[in-house]
Structure formats: structure tokens, C-alpha cells
Write a protein that binds this ligand. Structure first.
Ligand SMILES: Nc1ncnc2c1ncn2[C@@H]1O[C@H](COP(=O)(O)OP(=O)(O)O)[C@@H](O)[C@H]1O
Ligand SMILES: O=P(O)(O)OC[C@H](O)CO
Length: 621
């Protein structure tokens, strides 16, 4: 068979939709199919997917795309291999004996593990984790999602206790199921996905005992074998359907795939993908660079031989902000309309939208921020909010680029972009204006899918080396040149930074996320919040002081179900008491809680005042 008659398939399993594309050797998609699948939001801050629906969506896309492909006169046997690319960090657990999922997938955006994260940050060794795995402790990585499941889902804990619990990111789950599940038991994950779990040593690309011990899962959870991103045998073959027996040969987390699809193969090359979230990856070569400015160190790709690493700036909300305007606020019916709505006004009308729906990721890492719009007046129109939504991702990208320059000592000369939101001309022009360098948008924007196709195509010999990829998707792109003076951009960016600081500390009053949790080894995780509070200021305490003020005046604030506990490091009071006065605290606590409170409070400065208060109260009765 001639190379021009051979094709490679690419499964792109994203956060909001699944696609299957069939690429020819020129890197052009010749047939494709896409389906959206259910987004499940059971509580504020929670975000789930049905693992079986994810698999079905992939199977549907394959069937439909292959039909379109054959309708063009091609034969399915000309599809030589399959690549997979996927949303990263999203965590799936299943029972090894049945192959069935034990809970919904907890999506990367989900913040329910916030209390677990806050407690883990207090644990010895927490400060060393990032040096090992490249990631900060946050709700983002898979590790804390797994701990949440172990603490809260009895079926998961049972499987853990029985030794049958299997953990995987979406790539591992798809490979396992597409191979037929239990029968074939192909249980692998590629290095780029594995490096997002917090279980893997970034340099050795092996599971790290210190990391597994820190999370309390060493030897107790079945973890997928880590394999290179491009491999002829490790990923098995599709077990059934239109592409039965076609081998899977490539696998990359979606952001890595986009870097590969943009052919960012040399150190110093970068891309920014505006999908559900937005992720800037900067190739740093074959040694990881550990950021000191709020970025992540991650595996860019691993095609055998030495892995290549990237510095990453992760933004949780990009296209999902547009979806929010569409689905929650009914601003328009289709995402693409955001562009015209934003163009309907001249500027943001003074609005700045910190789209911190999942807290704020890089480079800020503020867990306790929530989405906040500043500057609303009677003048504000939908168009201003649409603009502010698009601008939010562009501002955060600017902050990431600044951090990246500090970490790498290198200034980018151009930013390559892709992903759904990059279709908005206004967003891309805004981006160029804010970062004062040109933004390059390629003609074919399915670069994520192309990256996975390249991984699979290299393994099957469709391409033999990077040089053969050179002409793919090279012509027809658009360049957005900066059009705004630097000073003007700097002023706008200053406003954004101010808004970011003002969005801090919202979480911590009342929220379903504030449940106490029990860890894999029955340790409890108290729902500690507000570790990012600035150093306490001394406050004047009176019986009318809000308990929340008193608590803030000590070291940390937290709320805990049930009994009140206070220690030198942290003060814990039941959530209903947070907004009450000190005077009523003593009335509301039952005897046991009160005793605990007094016992523990002896070490903090407010003890004396509480005693005085108590005395005064008893004199009154
Ligand atoms: N023309 C457009 N303008 C702005 N945003 C868009 C446009 N088209 C799609 N989007 C946004 O892009 C996102 C989908 O991009 P995609 O790259 O497919 O993401 P994912 O892989 O995360 O599912 C959606 O959130 C959608 O709101
Ligand atoms: O769905 P995307 O394309 O925004 O990508 C999700 C990322 O992989 C999460 O880390």
C-alpha cells in the first residue's frame, strides 16, 4: 500500500465533547464525527462525567466517522493505527474483577477535594512534592480526587480494602475498555497523562514511593503501567466495532497532543490551547524545569528515548466561561455568537470578570476564589460581560507568560494558538494586544487530534521522523498583530491583577465543599479554608465581635461539622457560628463542645477574653 493510501485515526476525548478524526499522511482530516456528552454538576464546585458514557461517545464517533470515510470511497482497512488524546487529571476508578466503574469520573475542574488539599498542605513532606512530580498540591491533580472518593464513596473504599481498586485517568480507562476490559486487561497510561496524577516522579517517569506514601496508597491501589506516548504494542487493539483489531499506538494528554500537533518540538517553542480551559505549554527540552513562579513542570511528550518536558500555565476557565454565558445566562445559543456580542460594545465598560469557577489556577493558585465580576453599573450591557469573559482568559495568559519568562529567562516572539475559543477573532486580537507579541492561529485547528495522530502515525511508520511532518498545516494561518500601545495594555492588566486580589477568600463561609472527610487510612481531613489569608491583624475583641473576625485574628479560619475544636494553629467552629457574635457562641455550643473549646483555647490569646465573657454572662443569669 502506498503511503498516500494510509490513514491514522485519532480519538480526541475532551472535557465537553468527544471527536474521532481520520487523518491522511498530509495531516489533513478527511472524515470526522463529534458528540457532546453530559456534564454533571451535582453540587457547587462539583463536576462529573459518566465513565460509560465517555466510552459510548468514543464508540459512536468511531462508527460515524468511519461511515463518512467509507462514503468517500476509502476502506476502513486503510486506517493503520489509532491515537488517543484526552482531558487530563479527570479521575476514574473501577473494580479490577468486574471492569465496572465504581463512581462517576471526577473532572479536572472539580474542587470538592479542597478541604483534603488544605489538610495535606499541613502534612510533613508537602513542601517537597512539587520538586518530585512538578505539580502543586491543589484540587486539580488526580491524587486528591482519588482521596476524596476513598473518603466518601463506600464502594470505592470497599474495593480499596479488598485490593481490587483500579485507578486511571481517561486515557487508561479508554484503552482498558476499548481493548475489551477485564478479558484483555490492558492497563496502561502514557507518560504525559501519568505525570498529571501527582503519583509519578517527573524525572524517572516511574511511580514514586515517597509520593504514594504521602497520599497513603502505596501497594493498595492498582495503577496503570506507564508507557511511552508512541508505542507499537503497549496499548493493545480495538476489540470490537468498525475498527476491530486496529492497534492503538499513540496516546497523549490533550495539551501535550496540541504541542505535538503544533509541532512544538524544539526548546523555546510554545502553544496556547483555548478549549474548555486554556493551557500554555512551553517546550524546555529533555530536563524538567521546576517553576518558582506558579507554573507546572510536566511531560510534553515521550516518543521513546528521552522524554521532553514543558513548563505549563494552566487556566481552568476559557471556553467554559463562554458556555456559562450561553447555558446559564442565556446570552446566546451558540458559542461562536460570543464574538459578535463582544464586538457590539467598544470595550469592557469597566467590567473585569475573574472567572474563578474552580478557584484560580496558574500562576495564582488561589483555592478560595470564586467567579467574581467587578465594575458593574447601570451602564453594563451583556456585551461588556461577554468581552470581560473573553478578556479573563487573555489576562491570565498574560500573567502566565510573564511567569514563564521569569522561569525560563526567555521571551516568546510569537504565540501559537488553537482550541475552540481561538475561533473568536476578538479574543485573539485582545490576546495579541495584551501580550504585545503576534498571535498565530493555524488554518486547521484540530491540532490536539493531529498530535495524537502523529504519535500513532510515528509508531506505525506513516511518518518516520519529525522532519516529515514539517509541511503539515503550515499555510493559511492568521496572524494577529498587537495594535495597542504597551502602556495601555499594562494599565488594563493592572486592573485585572487588582481584581484577582479582590476575588480572594470568598470560599469559607457556607458551602457543600466544607464536609469533613476520612482518608484512605481512616485519617480525618478537616475542612480547613482560607490558608491564603494575609497575616492576621490584631483586632479589638468584644462580645459583639463576629466570631469570624475573632477566628481570622488567630492563625487560620476553618469550619467543621459537629464538635468545635481549637488549637494554636487553627480554630474550628461549626459553620452556623461563623457569622454569629462571640456572645452567642457560648450560648450555642453544647457542653462538650464548649469544654473542648475552652481546653484548646487556653493556648491562644483570646482565651482570657472568652473567660471574661463567660463570667459576665453567668452573672447576668
Ligand atoms: N467561535 C467560538 N468563539 C468562542 N468560543 C468558542 C467558539 N467555538 C467554541 N468555543 C468554545 O470552545 C470550547 C470548546 O473547545 P474545544 O477545543 O473543543 O474544547 P474541549 O476539548 O475542552 O472540549 C467550548 O467551551 C466553547 O464554548
Ligand atoms: O478540555 P480541555 O481541552 O480544556 O483540556 C483539559 C485539560 O487537559 C485539563 O488539564
Amino acid at each position: 500500500m502506498q503511503p498516500s493510501d494510509t490513514f491514522v485515526g485519532s480519538i480526541d476525548q475532551g472535557t465537553t465533547s468527544t471527536r474521532f478524526l481520520i487523518f491522511n499522511r498530509e495531516g489533513e482530516p478527511v472524515a470526522s464525527h463529534q458528540v457532546e456528552f453530559s456534564q454533571i454538576y451535582p453540587n457547587p464546585g462539583w463536576h462529573e462525567h459518566d465513565p460509560l458514557e465517555i466510552v459510548t461517545s468514543v464508540e459512536t464517533c468511531i462508527e460515524e466517522a468511519v461511515q463518512k470515510f467509507e462514503a468517500q470511497g476509502h476502506t476502513r482497512s486503510s486506517i493503520q493505527s489509532i491515537g488517543i488524546t484526552n482531558q487530563r487529571e479527570t479521575t476514574i476508578v473501577w473494580d479490577r474483577e468486574t471492569g465496572e466503574p465504581l463512581y462517576n469520573a471526577i473532572v479536572w475542574t472539580d474542587t470538592r477535594s479542597q478541604a483534603i488539599v488544605a489538610d495535606l498542605k499541613q502534612k510533613p513532606g508537602a513542601a517537597q512534592l512539587q520538586k518530585l512530580c512538578g505539580l502543586p498540591l491543589s484540587t486539580y491533580s488526580s491524587a486528591t480526587k482519588l482521596l476524596w472518593m476513598l473518603a466518601n464513596v463506600p464502594r470505592v473504599k470497599d474495593a480499596f480494602d479488598r485490593g481490587t481498586l483500579a485507578f486511571g485517568t481517561v486515557d487508561a480507562w479508554l484503552v482498558y475498555r476499548l481493548n475489551g476490559g477485564v478479558a484483555a486487561n490492558v492497563f496502561v497510561s502514557d507518560s504525559t497523562n501519568a505525570s498529571r496524577t501527582m503519583f509519578v516522579n517527573l524525572e524517572s517517569l516511574r511511580y514514586d514511593e515517597a509520593l504514594l506514601d504521602f497520599f497513603g496508597i502505596r501497594g493498595k491501589v492498582h495503577l496503570p503501567r506507564i508507557v511511552p506516548s508512541s508505542d507499537a504494542t503497549a496499548y493493545g487493539v480495538i476489540a470490537s466495532g468498525a475498527l476491530e483489531r486496529v492497534p492503538i499506538m499513540g496516546c497523549l494528554g490533550d495539551q501535550s497532543a496540541a504541542l505535538v500537533g503544533q509541532k512544538g518540538f524544539s526548546p523555546g517553542m510554545a502553544k496556547n490551547t483555548y478549549g474548555t480551559g486554556c493551557f500554555l505549554l512551553y517546550n524546555v527540552g529533555d530536563k524538567p524545569v521546576f517553576s518558582t513562579h506558579g507554573l507546572l513542570a510536566t511531560v510534553a511528550y515521550h516518543f521513546g528515548g528521552k522524554p521532553v518536558y514543558a513548563l505549563e500555565g494552566s487556566i481552568a476557565v476559557a471556553g467554559s466561561g463562554i458556555k456559562f454565558l450561553q447555558n446559564n445566562l442565556n446570552f446566546f445559543r451558540e458559542s461562536k455568537e460570543v464574538n459578535d456580542l463582544a464586538y457590539s460594545v467598544e470595550d469592557n465598560g469597566g467590567c473585569v470578570f475573574v472567572t474563578a469557577f474552580s478557584g484560580l489556577f496558574a500562576p495564582y493558585w488561589i483555592d478560595d476564589a470564586k467567579g467574581t465580576i467587578f465594575g458593574i453599573t447601570q451602564y453594563t450591557q451583556k456585551g461588556h460581560i461577554a468581552r470581560a469573559t473573553l478578556e479573563a482568559t487573555c489576562f491570565q495568559t498574560k500573567a502566565i507568560l510573564d511567569a514563564m519568562e521569569k522561569d525560563s529567562g526567555h521571551t516568546l516572539s510569537e504565540l501559537a494558538v488553537d482550541g475552540g475559543m481561538s475561533n473568536s477573532d476578538l479574543a485573539m486580537q485582545t490576546q495579541a494586544d495584551l501580550i504585545s507579541i503576534p498571535v498565530y492561529r493555524p488554518k486547521m485547528r484540530e491540532t490536539t487530534a493531529l498530535g495524537a495522530a502523529i504519535a500513532a502515525g510515528l509508531a506505525v511508520g506513516l511518518w518516520r521522523n519529525f522532519a516529515e511532518l514539517r509541511d503539515i498545516n503550515r499555510s493559511g494561518g492568521v496572524v494577529f498583530e498587537p495594535q495597542v500601545p504597551r502602556q495601555e495594555s499594562a494599565t488594563k492588566f493592572g486592573q485585572w491583577e487588582k481584581a484577582v486580589q479582590m476575588s480572594r477568600g470568598w470560599v469559607g463561609s457556607k458551602s457543600t465543599e466544607q464536609e469533613e472527610a476520612v482518608g484512605p487510612n481512616n485519617e480525618t481531613y478537616a475542612p480547613v479554608k482560607n490558608h491564603d489569608l494575609p497575616p492576621p491583624k490584631a483586632i479589638q475583641i468584644s462580645d459583639n465581635s463576629l466570631i469570624s473576625d475573632v477566628v481570622k485574628s488567630s492563625t487560620y479560619t476553618t469550619a467543621v461539622k459537629g464538635r468545635a475544636r481549637v488549637s494554636v494553629k487553627e480554630i474550628k467552629v461549626p459553620p452556623p457560628l461563623v457569622q454569629t457574635t462571640l456572645g452567642s457562641v457560648l450560648g450555642d455550643l453544647d457542653d462538650a463542645d464548649e469544654e473542648d473549646l475552652f481546653l484548646e483555647l487556653r493556648k491562644v490569646e483570646i482565651l482570657q477574653r472568652l473567660r471574661k465573657l463567660r463570667k459576665r454572662q453567668s452573672n447576668c443569669y
